[in-house]
Design a protein around this ligand. Structure first.
Ligand SMILES: Cc1ncc(COP(=O)(O)O)c(C=O)c1O
Length: 1015
């Protein structure tokens, strides 16, 4: 028996250490740990051994603690992939030691091994994989305890979700009427619906406390694994499903979409410890039941112990989940949780399928007999649907549908069930999910496109459930829902949307209709929700509490549930034409790439993207998920800019030939392009790629100078042809490269962040001096230089902005030696730098040759070399320059359109203004996140260099790649580059808006807070 101790205190750490010394013979240092049930202390011996000491509060009963000891002993015998504490006996050989306080109260002390790891609470992001693992851990715990029992486990405990009604007494303590409403709603549901079902559910001894403070996680980088479970003070015998419900309650906290989080946890649990359908049926309510205990306990404790902040920790996040939970139709939650278990999400679906298999007959919903009916492809990648401008507003969309029908000489167009559509992917429909922005893109009904006033018939008998006008842009407009009770066990609904307003005048709720009876007509725009005239016809098994309306589109991640609830209406009409889905899936494309394409082609991102549409600053994947593109400077004026697309289509339809015939496009484009250049640069040669442009520029320099030696910049990239690779240190000094060839002379990258000269006042001249050295070296061998080539901002080098005075000094030296100066504007040209139209103008120089590519054709293979009349004349030495495709009428039409759009849409000014805004935002992020070592670059050509240490500037390459991949997961495309792979490049289409910049910054802030980005 130890010396007497003050009751419930043990704030005096010396007393704790002497207790440990006396009873365990250990010399330790200690600090208190959080805990509600016990007083907990962390102990460490001088040798580094770690323990937890648990001192019971005075009220603890021996049997309860013996029970906890027994659980740990049981679990320590199981083969588990993570650790639980094991008991350390006292010097007297006891696991449970009794001490008496000065007041004569009994306390028990236990010493346990310390389980090391980070708290799961500290893991950011709470990824789907982590949630799955969390669920799986609970499944394993539950399985490991399935053959364990103890009389003490059979007790009343207020934290048991099955005992939630005990906490109902605290309802008046909830601060707001809204909170009381939520609590009453879930407690009422529990009492009326869930509690009666509990009696038939499995019970087990549950750990009962799998929250983020009790689960420990290892240090395994991006994919941390759960490595420990601690604190068995809540263990008790209750319903098995509660083990999962508690984890879901905590796992859902702090996330925008708690239900999806609960589904991921459920999948993890079910994969290990299969749940029954009845258990999943109560899960949604049991999660609420536990959350209510949390908030009730916090409210109660706030009165009793206002100073104990630990007790309040979970209250607000629990309320946040409860508020969201309240808005979810419980049946929908049930179906989604079933989906997570791999079952048919909507149980009635099986009954529906059985009924359908009896071949009931259906009247046509519209008269298509004798009419020409075609499948209408409105999917995200549909080439029939075409450019986004074809559907962004009603008029062009109506025209598009008319055109599709007219081209096929059809009266009606049908289709759309489960089709992924791009219509709802604008900002207005954006909703934040747990993995960034998401949109409802999966269409749940069948559309029949035809004329307004076309009659609509009931396909089968039923009663009118509702008839209402869902007015509003892009809503259903006038809508009828019929109820069909086809058997005692099967009732379902059919919805008819986009009707005429007059349809509602002739129909009453409760009215019966017979199969084939006309119920409505198709409505015209705008009364039909402002769509081209069509019927939206949807089957719905469960209206999920809706009365006049029902979602017609679903989030792709939830499609299995929604499609289970909304069967394909074409099942009623197998004779209708089906749209053949011919597109290859990502899983089909990937192996084909491997088999049929060269292995040296790379793919961006850990999870490859399957992009099928682009518009403006956005790209869209096969789920019509919209990605903000900060990478593609090639789509200079915006992806698939209508002006450029139209110019291409119109010219392509009329003529495309080579330059040996006269055509105005060629000369007009040359004239317009030359007009953007400083005086003197007036002669244009058209080619098809940046590589070809540089290849030609090299030939010009060599012919001009009658020399072969070129000076180029370290980590420069100029193209993929033989001669271009020979001057691209990025390639020949990189993987697979064989170093500089004899006629190439590389000068240091003029980097003022981590290069050899960093003072911006002198760096330009100092770096240029290396060019002089290179010239002298060449001359010392009896040769001379042909020229010097440099990108106006080094792109592959990591968005390196040239120091002031660099190019003017360099050009002077090169020209003095008789060489030509080539500015590679393939990346940065056409207004991207904001202040100027060309990047070299930032340096106040005029090159002898400028090479253009990428942005010039907005994605069309087009490039150009612009030079002086003198250089052009020297090049025209008798050998004809012929290029089959360069300068063809289509390419030139496109190039002209690009120049026109840059001008008419003030894109250079936009680059300057939004670029400045973005830069300010990035600099603000740099203040908050030390991993950002440097922010650089003008306009829309910016770079963010990540480092792990400001002193050593050690490159944070893994973090840069992590950030790009996480941003991709959150719907933003970024790329990394630089010799150390630690620079994020931002070079978006020039229509990138301030809102785009803010969205990018917001999301970067989210990811920069994640564990991986901490330095
Ligand atoms: C600066 C620079 N020059 C030239 C090229 C080659 O252009 P292309 O890929 O069109 O041949 C590139 C391509 O990335 C480049 O970045």
């Amino acid at each position: 028996m130890a010396k007497n101790l003050p009751s419930d205190s043990f704030r005096d750490l010396d007393e704790v250490t002497s207790l440990v010394k006396t009873h365990y013979g250990l010399t330790v240092t200690t600090r208190p740990l959080a805990g509600e049930v016990d007083l907990n202390f962390y102990l460490q011996t001088p040798a580094g051994e770690e323990y937890t000491l648990k001192i019971s509060r005075s009220v603890a009963a021996r049997a309860t603690l013996e029970f906890q000891v027994a659980i740990l002993e049981h679990l320590n015998k199981q083969p588990l992939p993570w650790s639980v504490p094991h008991m350390i006996p006292s010097l007297s050989g006891e696991h449970l030691l009794e001490v008496t306080s000065e007041e004569g109260n009994l306390h028990f002390i236990r010493l346990q091994s310390w389980v090391s790891g980070r708290l799961l609470d500290d893991i950011n992001p709470r990824s789907p994989e982590l949630l799955h693992q969390w669920g799986a851990t609970c499944g394993l715990l539950n399985r490991a305890l399935s053959d364990f029992d103890h009389t003490e486990a059979h007790r009343f405990y207020k934290w048991d979700p099955s005992q939630t009604l005990f906490s109902q007494q605290y309802l008046p303590l909830f601060a707001t009427a809204a909170q009381q409403e939520i609590a009453s709603y879930f407690w009422d549901r529990f009492e009326e619906i869930t509690q009666p079902k509990l009696a038939s559910l499995r019970t087990t001894v549950n750990y009962n406390d799998a929250h983020e403070q009790n689960l420990l996680v290892n240090d395994a980088g991006e994919h941390p694994a759960i490595c420990g479970v601690i604190d068995f003070g809540d263990t008790l015998h209750t319903h098995l499903v509660n083990e999962l419900a508690i984890a879901c309650a905590y796992g859902a906290m702090g996330l925008p979409d708690p239900l999806t989080a609960a589904c991921q946890l459920t999948k993890g649990f079910h994969d290990i410890q299969p749940l029954s359908e009845e258990e999943v049926e109560v899960l949604f309510d049991m999660i609420a039941a536990r959350l209510l205990i949390t908030v009730a306990s916090a409210a109660h404790n706030q009165q009793a112990e206002p100073d104990n902040s630990y007790l309040q920790v979970s209250a607000q996040p629990a309320w946040d989940v409860l508020q969201k939970w309240r808005k979810i139709p419980p049946a929908l939650a049930h179906y989604r949780l079933r989906e997570a278990c791999g079952w048919e999400p909507v149980p009635q679906r099986e009954k529906f399928n059985e009924w359908l298999a009896t071949s009931p007959s259906f009247a046509p919903v519209m008269t298509w007999a004798g009419k020409s009916t075609i499948p209408l492809d409105l999917s995200v990648g549909s080439l029939d649907l075409g450019n986004n401008e074809n559907f962004l507003t009603i008029k062009p969309f109506a025209k598009t549908v008319d055109r599709m029908l007219a081209e096929a000489e059809a009266d009606l167009g049908v289709g759309g069930y489960a089709e992924i559509r791009p219509f709802y992917t604008t900002d207005a429909y954006q909703v934040m999910g747990n993995s960034g922005a998401q949109w409802r893109t999966v269409h749940l009904g069948l559309d029949v496109w035809g004329n307004a006033e076309t009659p609509v018939f009931a396909p089968l008998a039923g009663t009118v459930f509702s008839a209402a006008d869902n007015a509003g842009e892009r809503d259903y407009g006038p809508t009828i829902i019929l109820e069909h009770k086809v058997s005692n066990s099967l009732t379902f609904y059919t919805l008819y949307g986009h009707l005429s307003r007059s349809s509602l005048a002739n129909i009453k709720t409760g009215q019966t209709v017979v199969a084939g009876q006309q119920i409505a007509t198709i409505g015209p725009a705008p009364e039909n929700g402002n769509w081209p005239p069509h019927l939206h016809f949807q089957i719905i098994l469960d209206l999920l509490g809706n009365e006049q309306d029902f979602p017609g589109v679903a989030y792709p991640d939830e499609r299995a549930t929604w499609l289970s609830n909304c069967p394909d209406p074409q099942l009623f009409y197998p004779d209708l034409p089906q749209w053949p889905q011919t597109t290859l899936t990502a899983n089909e494309i990937l192996p084909l790439r491997q088999q049929k394409l060269g292995r040296s082609l790379s793919i961006s991102y850990q999870q490859p993207l399957h992009i099928v549409r682009g518009f403006g600053t956005y790209l869209y994947d096969t789920d019509a998920r919209r990605y903000l593109d900060t990478v593609n400077n090639v789509a200079h004026v915006g992806h698939e800019h209508p002006t450029v697309v139209r110019a291409a289509q119109r010219q392509q339809a009329v003529l495309n030939t080579n330059t040996r015939y006269l055509h105005p496009n060629l000369v007009q484009f040359a004239q317009e392009l030359a007009a953007t250049m400083p005086e003197g640069l007036s002669v244009v040669h058209f080619v098809n790629s940046g590589s070809e442009a540089n290849e030609l520029a090299l030939r010009m320099a060599k012919i001009w100078s009658q020399q072969q030696d070129m000076i180029a910049v370290e980590v420069g990239y100029h193209g993929n042809t033989g001669a271009c690779i020979d001057i691209s240190s990025y390639k020949f000094d990189g993987q697979g490269g064989q170093g500089a060839p004899p006629h190439t002379h590389i000068v240091p990258m003029p980097d003022t962040f981590r290069g050899r000269y960093r003072d911006p006042r002198t760096a330009g001249q100092l770096y240029a001096n290396h060019i002089q050295e290179a010239i002298q070296q060449v001359q010392s061998k009896g040769r001379n230089i042909a020229g010097f080539i440099a990108e106006s901002i080094l792109s592959c080098g990591g968005q390196i902005v040239l120091p002031q005075g660099y190019l003017s000094a360099a050009y002077q030296m090169v020209r003095a030696a008789g060489g030509l100066c080539i500015a590679d504007e393939v990346q940065v040209g056409f207004g991207r730098v904001g202040q100027h139209f060309w990047g070299f103008q930032l340096q106040g120089v005029v090159p002898d040759i400028v090479t253009l590519g990428k942005p010039i054709g907005n994605g069309h293979p087009l490039a150009a070399v612009v030079t002086t009349p003198a250089v052009a004349a020297a090049f025209a030495n008798g050998m004809e320059f012929f290029n089959t495709f360069g300068g063809n009428p289509v390419s030139c039409a496109i190039g002209r359109a690009v120049l026109e759009v840059i001008k008419t849409e003030n894109l250079q000014t936009n680059a300057e203004q939004v670029g400045t805004h973005l830069r300010q935002g990035l600099l603000a992020l740099q203040q908050d996140f030390p991993i950002i070592g440097d922010v650089r670059g003008p306009g829309f050509f910016q770079g963010i260099e990540l480092i792990t240490d400001p002193e050593t500037q050690a490159p944070a390459a893994h973090q840069a790649s992590y950030l790009a991949n996480r941003m991709r997961q959150r719907g933003i495309l970024m790329s990394t580059d630089g010799p150390l792979h630690n620079v994020l490049k931002i070079k978006p289409p020039m229509c990138f808006s301030q809102e785009n910049a803010d969205f990018l910054l917001e999301n970067m802030r989210v990811v920069l807070q994640e564990n991986k980005m901490k330095v």
